[in-house]
Design a protein around this ligand. Structure first.
Ligand code: ASP
Length: 589
């Protein structure tokens, strides 16, 4: 037996007991004739004491211990004379009688402490050492708990966990597929699933009624803080349901997860807002509603005052930042620089200060009188002390997106984006299609299997842009936690959809023939959704990046810097797959 107890277990009640502990040396320090060693495992830290006077040889051995040595210690639990209230084992210590070094350790490249001295890169390179640190371990423990409570909830609601394949047919579903060459079928490729979408729909045709899977999904996209090339979804599908059923059940699931893993209670039903309202009021389909600052449109008020910038713009929009009229020139310049950043892309920023004395001071005083600005202030519902920030542009959608960035920035500056506050919002009535300026065609906003609202079906061909979908997302604190839709279960409507999306009947048959075949054999009405597990965990853990809740994440270029993947493969492997690297083109890149 390597150990009788873990390093986080012993308390006053154990005083006098003979115990054996095993773990890593957190630190060792010599004080007079005593050597104190903190021994650590996943469960905690216990102080071990070696006394020179009692056993000089043993103490000598303890003095040679380095950080991260793996040791086994036998000894007696004793009450500490100076207690440490910061750790649960802080009332006791173990007076050592034997010490076995199970494994030595090189000096770790960074300190294994809560606030490590290691930078991001080095911690990723030695991720297994980083994983020893409390903050990272806590995130993974939370992740486990969330996955566990998800399974418990879904099991209690008759969901069946079914694994779907990882090697599947490449079907364009939005993002780029990762592909895997097939040795047994040379010249052909599998794709890794972007989601188990088609399989879960087939499981509904198969009569499984309620399916879920905590599924690895793969998308070959450019990475951001909340994206990884491989990520995990809580993927669900249900038969004989309408949008309302899906929303209600999964709202319960999210409430269950928040309650059981973090003690967060949502007393009210989650609010809902249509996609159009979200865009109009927040310029985003995943608005952060922890704070107000809704958009106010001003074009009609700004016109005809010889201010060319506003007059020539098609759209003028603003927000009101409460209590910010005292902003200095420097602060306002910083905001102007912010909106002019290429990532935001605005040309400039107009401000109006509602001074405490009731007067209005703006960057456009030359063009607008006090009375004009008063009318603006009324529309903003502004009070003395507030600051109005205004952007304009030719494209309303673009200008709203810029304003969305500014609003979030102001929220951040004013401390309104409190990590301990959770503001869920169901976004409903998404458009079915999204117009691409670049390709001059419509794409499915969610995916091609999403059903249109019954009352909008007559406009599918004549006015696709106005067709709303039975699609819904759950946004929280400005993050899309998940989303889904009620599916098309009728082959004829599905074929219409494919043709609207530009598939020829042959292409549709080639890509989705198996689904269309299945629909000939009795498809029940069905719908579902998927939550990003990584995003749910980082939301609950208050993390800025999903990377911190993934055991072995990739960096921003999609690399695993620990094992250096992706990597070249041997010529023999390439030959076996009948593949050749196009070196000439590769070198041009
Ligand atoms: N497959 C969808 C997604 O990954 C979720 C769904 O529609 O259920 O976004």
């Amino acid at each position: 037996m390597y150990r009788s107890n873990t390093c986080g277990e012993l308390r006053m009640a154990n005083v006098g007991q003979e115990v054996t502990l095993a773990g890593w040396v957190q630190k060792a320090r010599k004080m007079g004739g005593m050597t104190f060693v903190d021994i650590r495992d996943r469960y905690g830290i216990t102080q071990i004491v070696f006394n020179e006077e009692v056993d000089a040889a043993l103490c000598e051995k303890a003095n040679k211990l380095g950080r991260e040595f793996v040791i086994q210690v036998k000894g007696t639990v004793a009450e500490r004379s100076s207690k440490n209230a910061n750790i649960p084992t802080g009332d006791i210590e173990v007076i050592a009688s034997t010490l076995v070094i199970l494994h030595t350790s090189d000096v770790p490249p960074f300190t294994i402490e809560d606030n490590s001295d290691g930078g991001d890169d080095i911690r990723m390179q030695y991720r297994y050492l980083d994983l020893r640190r409390n903050p990272v371990r806590k995130n993974l423990e939370l992740r486990h708990k969330i996955a566990f409570e998800t399974r418990r909830f879904l099991d209690e609601h008759q969901f069946l966990e079914v694994e779907t394949p990882i090697l599947i047919k490449s079907t364009p579903e939005g993002a780029r597929d990762f592909v895997v060459p097939s040795r047994m079928n040379p010249g052909e490729f599998y794709a890794l699933p972007q989601s188990p979408q088609l399989f879960k729909q087939l499981l509904m045709v198969a009569g499984y009624d309620r399916y879920f899977q905590i599924a690895k999904c793969f998308r070959d996209e450019d990475l951001r803080a909340d994206r990884q090339p491989e990520f995990t979804q809580i993927d669900c599908e249900m038969s004989f349901v309408e949008q309302e059923d899906v929303i209600n059940l999964f709202e319960e699931m999210i409430k269950h997860i928040f309650r059981t893993t973090k003690g967060v209670e949502f007393k009210e039903a989650f609010p809902r807002m249509t996609w159009h309202e979200c865009m109009r009021l927040y310029g985003s389909d995943k608005p952060d509603i922890r704070f107000g600052m809704q958009f106010v449109e001003l074009k009609d008020l700004t016109e005809g005052h010889n201010f060319v910038v506003f007059d020539s713009a098609k759209f003028v929009v603003g927000i009101c930042a409460e209590g910010c009229a005292s902003y200095t020139r420097k602060q306002l310049d910083a905001l102007t620089d912010f909106v002019k950043k290429p990532q935001v892309g605005a040309k400039g920023l107009v401000y109006v200060k509602y001074e405490q004395d009731g007067s209005l001071k703006s960057s456009v005083d030359k063009f607008y009188s006090q009375e004009d600005l008063k009318v603006w202030a009324e529309r903003f519902n502004a009070k003395p002390g507030d600051l109005m920030l205004i952007l304009c542009g030719d494209n309303a959608d673009k200008t709203r997106k810029q304003m969305c960035e500014l609003r979030l920035e102001m929220g951040e500056r004013l401390g309104l984006r409190d990590k301990n506050k959770f503001a869920p919002l169901w976004v409903i009535d998404f458009p079915l299609f999204e117009w691409s300026e670049e390709d001059q065609r419509f794409y499915a906003m969610h995916h091609p299997f999403t059903s249109p609202k019954a009352e909008d079906i007559p406009y599918l061909e004549s006015d696709p842009g106005r067709v709303r979908a039975n699609a819904y997302d759950l946004a929280m604190n400005g993050v899309e936690l998940g989303g889904g839709s009620i599916r098309i279960h009728d082959s004829e409507l599905q074929n219409r959809m494919f043709s609207l999306l530009g598939f020829t009947p042959e292409q549709a048959k080639d890509q989705f023939g198996f689904l269309m075949d299945a629909f000939r054999f009795g498809a029940p009405p069905h719908g579902g959704l998927a939550f990003g597990l990584d995003r749910v965990v980082s939301m609950l853990a208050g993390l800025d990046s999903i990377r911190d809740c993934i055991a072995f994440p990739k960096n921003n270029s999609g690399r695993d810097v620990m094992n250096d993947a992706p990597s070249k493969i041997a010529d023999a492997q390439l030959e076996e797959l009948f593949l050749k690297i196009d070196l000439a083109n590769l070198n041009k890149k």
